[in-house]
Design a protein around this ligand. Structure first.
Ligand code: PHB
Ligand code: FE
Length: 329
């Protein structure tokens, strides 16, 4: 395997102009060609298929680096320290660490966010939507061809108020462009009847969550539908493969609302296989704080992710004050 020295980081690795910008942060350099993202760093170079790279990058950007670790693949990833972010190669990969090929740099969140946003913007071609299921989008390949700002600048939907209440911004209807997905044509679209006491019309509400989710135009992108103190209800629709391997820094709960997802669970720092979990409609699982996981959804399905936003949790798990799992049976 060939490796790059630090001086190689300043010179283009590809030597061909396909219209894409190169991006650097610290001692990392990112370039793209027709099919691949190339990542150069002081201990070597790495490449990822461009479609997988853009799908992972899209999530990392849209989720503000998420909770804990976002592994783009078994080598490249980020760790969120909530104010700063580690960008790493091989950190969660024992073979890289043993061969002294692991490398990590820490950046202020705003700096790495700016680089990642620029890369996502420049490298996403017209017609390719990194949030869409593979069967519902165009191809990302080839020389630079336009852009897809509308797709890559999509903000994660965070309810200001409960979906459907006056002041909420996330309601989905045919009229605002959210049509029922091809896999959810059998989902009833009727709404519950609400009979509020006079004066409480803007505070008492109910909505059809299945109908709401059936109209989601993105995959593997939990939206925050309700916030009660640190309890975040984050439903999402899933199809094909979760584009990242998520390394949890706290427990999260999954409720499978319909269809089926197969989860691959590994040890969060070594990648050692821990479990295969097949979740069918109605199944509930707690994902431990010390694992990483990737989901596979053969048909579009609905998943409720229940997150705990308490930012004191990661340290409590690290110090061993909390067990990595929430319940003992
Ligand atoms: C997760 O890593 O827990 C996760 C991320 C995105 C999803 C579902 C689950 O859509
Ligand atoms: Fe997760």
């Amino acid at each position: 395997m060939s490796t790059a020295s630090i001086s190689n980081l300043e010179a283009p690795a590809l030597g061909r102009d396909l219209g894409y910008k190169a991006f650097t942060i610290g001692k990392f350099r990112f370039e793209r060609d027709e099919y691949f993202a190339h990542i150069l760093y002081p201990m070597g170079r790495h490449l990822m298929p461009i479609d997988a790279f853009l799908r992972a990058l899209m999530r990392d950007v849209a989720w503000g680096f998420f909770y804990g670790t976002v592994n783009f693949d078994p080598v490249l990833g980020t760790v969120n320290h909530y104010g700063t972010v580690d960008l790493f190669m091989g950190l969660c990969n024992p073979a890289y660490r043993q061969a002294n090929r692991a490398y990590i740099e820490n950046f202020p969140t705003k700096d790495i966010k700016a680089v990642f946003e620029g890369m996502l913007d420049d490298w996403t071609n017209e017609g390719f939507d990194p949030f869409a299921a593979p069967d519902e989008t165009g191809k990302p390949y080839g020389p630079k061809r336009g852009n897809n700002r509308k797709a890559v600048q999509r903000q994660r939907v965070v309810a200001k108020r409960m979906v459907g209440l006056p002041g909420d911004t996330g309601y989905r209807t045919d009229a605002n462009g959210y049509t029922v997905n091809r896999h959810f044509l059998d989902v009833p679209q009727d709404q519950p009847e609400v009979h509020a006491e006079p004066g409480f019309e803007s505070e008492v509400h109910a909505f059809n969550l299945f109908g709401y989710l059936s109209r989601s135009d993105v995959t593997w992108n939990p939206s925050v539908c309700s916030v009660v103190k640190d309890s975040l209800m984050c439903p999402t629709t899933e199809e094909n493969i979760l584009p990242i391997f998520h390394g949890n820094d706290r427990v999260e709960w999954f409720i499978q609302a319909c269809d089926e997802i197969i989860w691959e669970i590994e040890d969060g720092s070594t990648g050692k296989p821990r479990a295969k979990v097949i979740m069918k409609a109605g199944d509930v699982a707690a994902m431990p704080a010390d694992i990483r996981h990737k989901g596979y959804s053969p048909k579009r399905s609905m998943l409720l992710v229940w997150e705990n936003n308490d930012n004191s949790l990661p340290e409590k798990y690290q110090r061993g004050e909390l067990k990595p799992y929430p319940a003992e049976f």
